[in-house]
Unconditional design. Structure first.
Length: 262
C-alpha cells in the first residue's frame, strides 16, 4: 500500500470516528512531523491534541448556550471599592466554586442597582468556565415557563430541567409578586434542588419581608428554611451603579457646558 493510500485510509478512519478537527489538521500536522522529525508517538499526540482542543471548545460553547447568562460580566469586573459592604474575600472564596461541592446557596440581598446581578452572573461565568452546567433565569421567567409547562402537561419535565444544572441563578425575586402557581413553581424548584444543587438568588427584599412576595407566609417560611440551611448571604447596600453613572455623565456634561468657567 503506497503512502497516498495510507493517507486516504487514515482520513477515512478519522472521519468514521468523527474526529473532524483531527482530520482537518492532518495534512499540516504530517508536514510539521516531517520537518521536525517527530516520532510516531509525538505526531499522534499533537494530532489528538487538536481534536481534544476542539472538543473542549464545543463543550464550553454548549455550556455557555445552556447557561443563558444575560451579559459577559466576570467577577473581576465588580467594583468592590464602590460597594464596600460586599466582602471581597468572601467573593474570592466563592470564586473557587467549592460552594458547589456541598450544594451551598448564595443569596444576594439589596436594593436595585447595587451589583447583585453582576455578582450572580460573574459566579455563573466562573462555573461555566470550570466546566459546570449553569442556568440563569429571572423569577418571572421561571414562573411563566412553569405555568406553560403545567398547561401542556410538562410540569415534571420542567422540574427536571431546573433541577439539572449544578448552579441555578434565579434573578429578581421580589420585583413582582409570586402568588399562587408562580410561588408554588419557585418553591418546587427550591425543594427539588435542596441539598443537591446550588441556587444563587438575587432579591430586592430583605429576608424578613419575603412574606410580601408570596400569598402564603408558610410557603415563604418553608422556602427560606431550605435556602438558608446551607447558604452564604450578602446584604448589599450603597448607591446604585446606574445612579452613580448618571450623576457622572451629568457632571461631565455640565463641566463641558458653554458657560463653564465664566
Amino acid at each position: 500500500m503506497n503512502e497516498a493510500s495510507v493517507y486516504q485510509q487514515l482520513r477515512g478512519h478519522l472521519a468514521t470516528l468523527r474526529l473532524a478537527a483531527a482530520a482537518e489538521a492532518l495534512p499540516a500536522e504530517l508536514e510539521s512531523a516531517r520537518q521536525e522529525d517527530l516520532s510516531h508517538t509525538a505526531f499522534l499526540e499533537k494530532l489528538l491534541a487538536v481534536e481534544v482542543e476542539a472538543v473542549l471548545t464545543r463543550r464550553q460553547n454548549s455550556l455557555a448556550r445552556f447557561a443563558c447568562l444575560p451579559s459577559p460580566w466576570r467577577l473581576d469586573d465588580f467594583d468592590f471599592d464602590a460597594q464596600p459592604s460586599v466582602d471581597r474575600k468572601l467573593v474570592q472564596e466563592l470564586a473557587t466554586l467549592r460552594f458547589l461541592e456541598d450544594a451551598t446557596n448564595v443569596l444576594l440581598v439589596g436594593p436595585p442597582g447595587v451589583g447583585k446581578t453582576m455578582l450572580a452572573v460573574g459566579l455563573g461565568w466562573a462555573a461555566v468556565e470550570a466546566g459546570y452546567r449553569v442556568h440563569y433565569t429571572t423569577a418571572a421567567e421561571l414562573a411563566a415557563k412553569c405555568h406553560r409547562a403545567a398547561l401542556e402537561g410538562r410540569w415534571s419535565t420542567a422540574m427536571r430541567f431546573y433541577a439539572g444544572a449544578r448552579l441555578l441563578i434565579v434573578d429578581e425575586v421580589g420585583y413582582l409578586p409570586l402568588a399562587g402557581e408562580a410561588g408554588a413553581a419557585l418553591f418546587q424548584v427550591v425543594t427539588q434542588r435542596y441539598l443537591k444543587g446550588s441556587i444563587c438568588l438575587t432579591t430586592n427584599l430583605g429576608i424578613s419581608s419575603w412574606g410580601r412576595i408570596f400569598e402564603d407566609p408558610m410557603v415563604a417560611a418553608a422556602m427560606l428554611d431550605r435556602l438558608l440551611h446551607r447558604s452564604v448571604v450578602f446584604n448589599i447596600d450603597g448607591e446604585s451603579y446606574r445612579m452613580r453613572a448618571h450623576r457622572a455623565r451629568a457632571e461631565k456634561m455640565l463641566g463641558k457646558g458653554p458657560n463653564h468657567g465664566r
